[in-house]
Structure formats: C-alpha cells, structure tokens
Design a protein around this ligand. Structure first.
Ligand code: PMP
Length: 407
C-alpha cells in the first residue's frame, strides 16, 4: 500500500504536466534539482506582489512584514531539522556556499600548519575543493577516507585515519553519484570520541529521510533549497551555537555587524554574523514553504515511497542485458548509477532525452569517484516524491530501445 497519493502530489507540480518532444515528461534528474510545487511558486509571486522590502532594516510596515516572513522561514527550517535554536540556522546560497563558509571560517579560526582535514572518496567537488583551498592556505593536509567497489566507505581505514592531527571531518550523508547512505552515526561517534567536529553534506539527504541534528549530534550540516522543492540560490547551514559563536565570520558587510568604525568593527550575533548583505529574501521565504510542503506529506512517507522506487528500479534495471551498476551499496537512497555495455553515457542520455526521459549523464561533479571506477561517467536516474513506478518502466523501456539502436 503506497504511503502517499502520488497522483495527487504530481498535480502540485506544474512542470510535470509539460511535454517534451510531444511526450509526457519522465523527470529522473532529481539529484541535480527537483521541480517546484505551485505553493512555492505562489510564495515567490506573493512576496514580490505584496511585501517586497528589505529585511532587518526598515521601521516601516513592509520591511517588518518581510522580516517576519524571513525569520518565520528560519523557524520552520530549524524545526524541520530539529535545531535547538533558530539562531543556529544560517541562510546560504546552497550547499556549496555553506561548505565554503565553514571551510573558510574554520580554516581561519582553527587550522594550523600540519593539521589534517578528512573527507571521503565519494564527495561532490563542493566538499573537496573548498577544503583543498583552505588546506593550501593554512599549510594543512587533506586526507581521504577510502571506499570499496560497492561504493561503501572503509570504516576500518577511517578509524585508522583518526589521529590527533585531524581537526575536522567533512563527509557526505548520501552520495549524489552512487546513492550510498553513509554510516554517519558511527563516523560522528568516533570523531566525537576524539573531540573532532563533523560537517555533514546533507544535499542528498534532507529531501529523502528524516534528519534530526540533535539526535545525530552533528556539528555542521548543509543542504541546498533547490533539491528539496525550493528555489535555486537558497540553502541552509546548520551549526551548533558554540561552534558558530567561536568561528570568525566569512564575509563582511551590512547586517553582519553591530557597530562599524574605521578602527574596529563589532560583529553581530547569530545568525546575522554569517549573513552579510541583503539575502535572497523571497527565496528563503519560499524555501520555508517548500519545507512545509515536505512536512505536510511527511518525510517518513517520502522515504518509504522512495525506498520502494529504488528497490523496483534496481530490480527492473537488472533485467537489461549488459547493465553494470556503478556502486551497489547496501544502504542506498534516491539515485541509481549504471552503464550499459560500453555505450557512452552521453549517447544513452541523448536517446533517452528524445523519448522525453530526463536523466543525468557524466561525472556528477564527482570526478574522483569516476577515477576510482575507471570510467568517464555514468547514467544516473534519481528520484523524488512525485516519481512513479511508470516512470521507471518508461526508463527501462527507453534504455532497451536506445541500446537496440546503438548496438
Ligand atoms: N553535495 C552533494 C552531495 C550534491 O549532490 C550537490 C549538488 N549536486 C552539492 C553538494 C552541491 O550543491 P549546490 O550546487 O546546490 O551548491
């Protein structure tokens, strides 16, 4: 029995009603970005139509309305991830922005030459490059938690990497290229036993499973609004208050200050200390709407639905002759990556596109993962709350047709 009414949900998403090359759209590129429900679009229009104004600045009515809506969204998000306080929720431009913020602030505040930063072999470039930049800047070293052929982290190797030199661990909750759900509770427990803070890249997690920052006891957690049915250009950084208070600011400017003189600037309190300049006000408010939309369906129900989809997809894809899954983790969420014979992923992607099926091909911003498997890229199908079993049937039929044309 399905835990949710997928046909009703699909009606909430105008773009899913569109046709591509005259055929109903099968949208299976949700790990790249999700479609937006009408309520999110309405929030954006409503903001600009009724309350457009700058936040935290004006005494006038509109500015107060905008500020209230913006701060209310922060509260919605804090409650969604169960933060202790809404001050621990910082609005960002997205996952990339949140990781850069922490890499910069943590590097400046906490990292000395010879220190070590740990990340993993399955990270998105956005959880590699900011740390590389920071390590280069501070004379520190970036070390990598390795994985195996299934796309699972080698936890013994992880334990062996935990020395006193390690100052922070930045790891993904769910891999965007393989779909692996990492054993983050174990990672956090081992890290905390040595007083090492952990940053979780939850870009592929919050839309697929319940995430409770207090239960996880995670120090920093980042995600993107656009992957959880919200607008592009929005995102969230959660940080424990004691960490955010301790770290220096990332960008300087308006709103992040208490007082400014040419001699010295006193920084503002949380969360403003990390929100320099006019934020994406409409986007942040609409992200709150997107999160409420997810809460109304129930993230547990979404998880249950998508688990069935993933299982069905693996089962059905397995029946395609010549298919090879890239990574086959035991705990998988949201995405399946594969190749068929020696067909280039791009060729397969093009022929699927002509049938109205949108999937992703390429390295998925995870070139080290592709290097590990010695492949140029994969075909990735990724799922969302509105994905149906028929979508998967059409994908499988589409691949069979494409393969017959290419071989
Ligand atoms: N990390 C992961 C695991 C991702 O899937 C993505 C987006 N593909 C990112 C980071 C980067 O997110 P954004 O481009 O929204 O900043």
């Amino acid at each position: 029995v399905p835990a949710l009414d997928v046909e009703k949900i699909r009606k909430d998403f105008p773009l899913l009603q569109e046709k591509v090359y005259g055929q109903p759209l099968v949208y299976l590129d949700n790990a790249a970005t999700t479609q937006k429900p009408q309520v999110v679009l309405d929030t954006l229009i409503e903001y600009y139509t009724r309350i457009n104004s700058n936040v935290h600045r004006g005494v006038h009515h509109l500015s107060q309305e905008a500020t209230n809506a913006y701060e209310n969204s922060r509260k919605i998000i804090a409650s969604f991830i169960n933060a202790r306080k809404s001050e621990e929720v910082i609005f960002t431009k997205g996952t990339t922005d949140g990781i850069n913020l922490i890499a910069y602030a943590f590097g400046r505040g906490e990292i000395k030459p010879g220190d070590v930063v740990l990340t993993s072999a399955m990270e998105h470039h956005s959880n590699i490059v900011p740390w590389q930049m920071m390590c280069e800047d501070r004379g520190a070293e970036l070390k990598i938690i390795p994985m195996d052929e299934k796309g699972e982290l080698l936890m013994d190797e992880f334990s062996a990497l935990l020395t006193d030199k390690v100052k922070i661990i930045a790891v993904t909750y769910v891999s965007n290229s393989l779909g692996t759900v990492n054993p983050i509770r174990d990672i956090i427990a081992q890290a905390h036993a040595r007083n090492i803070p952990v940053l979780l890249d939850a870009a592929q997690a919050v839309q697929h499973m319940p995430v409770d920052v207090q239960e996880l006891d995670v120090d920093f957690l980042v995600f993107s609004g656009h992957k959880i049915y919200g607008p592009t250009g929005t995102g969230v950084l959660y940080g424990k208050e004691e960490w955010l208070d301790r770290l220096p600011p990332y960008q300087g400017g308006g709103d992040m200050i208490k007082t400014v003189t040419f001699a010295k600037t006193i920084y503002n309190v949380l969360p403003y200390k990390f929100e320099a300049g006019t934020p994406d006000i409409s986007g942040a408010i609409a992200l709150g709407t997107a999160v409420q939309y997810v809460q109304q369906i129930g993230v547990e129900n979404i998880q249950a639905w998508e688990e069935q989809l993933v299982e069905y997809a693996v089962q059905q894809l397995q029946q395609i002759e010549g298919i090879r899954f890239i990574g086959n983790p035991k705990h998988r969420s949201g995405a399946v990556s594969f190749l068929v014979y020696d067909i280039h992923p791009y060729d397969l992607g093009e022929l699927l596109d002509k049938q109205g099926i949108a999937i992703r091909t390429g390295h998925h911003c995870a070139e080290p993962v592709m290097d590990f498997f010695c492949i140029p890229g994969t075909v990735r199908a990724s799922f969302a709350v509105y994905t149906t079993f028929e979508d998967i049937d059409r994908l499988v039929a589409g691949i069979k047709k494409a393969v017959s044309m290419l071989r």
